[in-house]
Design a protein. Structure first.
Lengths: 452, 452
């Protein structure tokens, strides 16, 4: 809600939210639509959506002049698009799930809602109908990404496989960004023998903002699915803060690395597979990828939900592992420090009884003895864990933990659920965890992949 | 241990580990010391430490010729240095704690040991005696950084304050790298009214390797403590993979971001305070820092150890919070997703009973009702959390959680222990958590601080 001053001004000028207005301030003129005050910010500033799409905040002061120019945009209604089908173009299916890319601001209440249909999502980006023939648009559920779990991943994998096997050249999934990389990893493991492009696309800014990134991400995602020769699950999102190009990140090597930037998604321990420009140019950045083919894909969605991701840090209470064992968990991924350390209570001069209370080794041993698969990863995110450099690393190894190579903790977590969904044999599960199933383990890391 | 072939070769030539040898292979000659096979690698390759300090691996083959040149280095002994004191130079104290920078390889057994005395650490870097007058060298304990906890931080803070108040211009602390950034945050909060430089210095490679980074880090740390006008706790480590310069990272804005690279430490949501070259040049990179002064510092080390850092992710079991509450924890930092989300089980079409099982909101509410301070941070690491963008964020806020601005999860964890060590009043603790105490909260983030 605006300040009392602005509310009075609006009343006296008979202005309503959504009206087209002209504002004069400090000798400058601004024309656009009067927006509601929906985000954090100065309640005493008018928000005007300019014709270039950007919002501007104009601090209220007595000298400011405002004039109503017309009724303006119809607020509260959701634009929708009847998508024209162009059979000459590559056939791509769209699956909408939820998230910022599918939100719509109700200017009457200021609330942000998730839109209901894929048609409403593509309405933001009419260019798409000249890029692909989007013959099927589905909405299995509309869920913000923080509320996704393995049931949603399973349903998505089934749908993607069905669309591809029915003839789609690729599938684009719109999704919230918070856990987009968990879903991309899950689909990478669940879509066995995938040889067609699957793009996960989201937005960091909502469609009511001038800085909405969904348009370019949808365009690049369409080129990726309709034209690239990459037969993998990729996250297709802004490469920089500008609208210049997107990256296609391998689904098992990508992570959201910023709360709000449009270029928040980054490949970790991997060079992005491709750069995609909104004019359709696709440049391969990493030759290590699966080539496009017309083979059938299998949705292999078995998943053990009793897996956990646990952080180990100075002062952390190791008995947390007992809790998971007691609750019947079958697998635990530990986010350790550095090369894969946990506190051991054994590492030096003046380690005493107090310090030994923090040791994770007895609890790891107990978990392993109870048939739990324990996988070590690193909270540094970049780099590779291995047990043979320092003595304390060997302690985890000797306790029965395995070291997850260069896998991200989140990816190791998803993979563990996938693996334990397929075997109850602990030794087999350990073996599978250390095999590269979907691009999640590289034997060598390209040094150029750090912080890019 | 070397392969059978190499062991036979050594026997026939009467060679011992540590001998000086000359090797002829493929028309090339190599001279150096025969090293043990201590790391992962090809057991059938001879490792020679060349005179330039680098180790080289030479694959064994029949044509290879090896010749003993002399007895070579005395193995198993630890070099030590009687440090010459130069009173004209700035007076700096050294506190050694443990970690790779203080390790020594025993070539007889191949084991890596922590050295015992600071003299043995500075012996790696004789240049130091021409930079600072290191009049006091202490070793309060020798503990690998994965085994550090708040007791060690408290002891360190006391010692650093004592040295500074006794007249040292700065203090350099050598430390393992795994949790170096936890210790730097703890010292930043505990050293009240600090106006002198405190450098935390470590190494990613051990002193027996040609790529040992400790030498340059110690040199840069000496310049930082002896000459810079920065009165803060900083992590001083390699800025790049080359030996060109170090960064001085603010102690509350830094994180280990790679398991093994020498430039693993990076500032997050902050530009590094300074660049330091090994020739002594110091370039300020960020004008927002506390200037050097001669004021007394207070070691304010009260700390509540019953605090936890918990990760929330798709499918995570929210009852983990009940466990911490039940165990008497006073504070919990949650690593949520994106802007500070947790699963809510409320966010859309087709959220059912199954999904609601994953909701963290009831457990957060219960923890808050039990007097636990709950602080939200983001697993993206970069960026800022806040509760006013999406409805699901408001749910955490309404349940009584607070949003930790642009603080790193690890730093929020240390800060919560510090704050709850000083007040049992929940409202006061919440206020303190949202105040900037030691550079851990920036009101604005420099966009150039992403992935640098």
């Amino acid at each position: 809600m605006y300040s009392q001053e602005i509310q009075s001004l609006m009343k006296s000028k008979k202005l309503k939210i959504g009206d087209r207005v002209k504002v004069l301030k400090d000798g400058k003129e601004f024309q656009g639509f009067l927006m509601p005050r929906i985000e954090i910010g100065d309640l005493n500033s008018l928000v005007i959506k300019l014709d270039n799409g950007y919002n501007i905040g104009l601090k209220y002061e007595k000298r400011l002049k405002i004039q109503k120019m017309g009724q303006g945009i119809k607020l509260g209604s959701i634009p929708s698009k009847k998508f024209s089908r162009k059979p000459g173009l590559p056939s791509v299916s769209l699956i909408a799930t939820g998230g910022t890319i599918g939100t719509h601001v109700d200017y009457k209440t200021g609330g942000v809602f998730m839109v209901r249909t894929p048609e409403e999502i593509v309405a933001t980006t009419p260019e798409l109908e000249n890029i692909v023939n989007m013959k099927t648009m589905l909405r299995p559920f509309t869920v913000a990404s923080e509320d996704m779990n393995h049931k949603h991943w399973q349903e998505l994998a089934e749908l993607v496989a069905k669309e591809l096997n029915k003839g789609a050249r690729g599938v684009m999934v719109t999704h919230g960004t918070d856990t987009l990389h968990f879903t991309s990893a899950a689909l990478s493991f669940m879509l066995k023998n995938l040889t067609k492009p699957v793009a996960l696309v989201g937005a960091q800014r909502s469609p009511d903002r001038g800085s909405f990134d969904g348009v370019m991400n949808l365009i690049c995602g369409s080129y990726f699915t309709g034209y690239s020769n990459i037969g993998e699950v990729c996250v297709v999102m802004h490469g920089t803060t500008n609208d210049d190009f997107c990256f296609a990140h391998r689904g098992t090597k990508v992570r959201k690395m910023h709360t709000s930037r449009r270029d928040a998604f980054r490949s970790i321990n991997e060079i992005p597979l491709a750069k995609i420009w909104p004019n359709g140019k696709i440049e391969i950045g990493n030759e290590n990828y699966r080539r496009f083919d017309e083979k059938k894909v299998v949705a292999d969605t078995k998943f053990e939900p009793k897996v956990a991701l646990v952080k180990s840090y100075p002062g952390s209470d190791p008995e947390i592992l007992d809790w998971y064992v007691h609750k019947g968990f079958k697998g635990i991924v530990i986010e350790g420090s550095g090369l894969g350390h946990v506190p051991t209570g054994e590492s030096g001069v003046k380690i005493g009884e107090f310090d030994q209370k923090f040791s994770w080794i007895p609890q790891i041993k107990k978990a392993v003895e109870n048939g739990v698969v324990v996988v070590m990863t690193s909270q540094t995110l970049y780099g590779r864990v291995h047990p043979f450099v320092y003595r304390n690393l060997r302690l985890v190894y000797e306790a029965g933990g395995i070291y997850g190579e260069d896998m991200l903790p989140e990816v190791a977590y998803i993979k563990l659920g996938h693996v334990l969904g397929h075997t109850k044999d602990v030794e087999k599960a350990k073996q599978m965890m250390l095999m590269n199933l979907a691009g999640e383990i590289n034997k060598e890391t390209d040094p150029r992949s750090f912080l890019v």
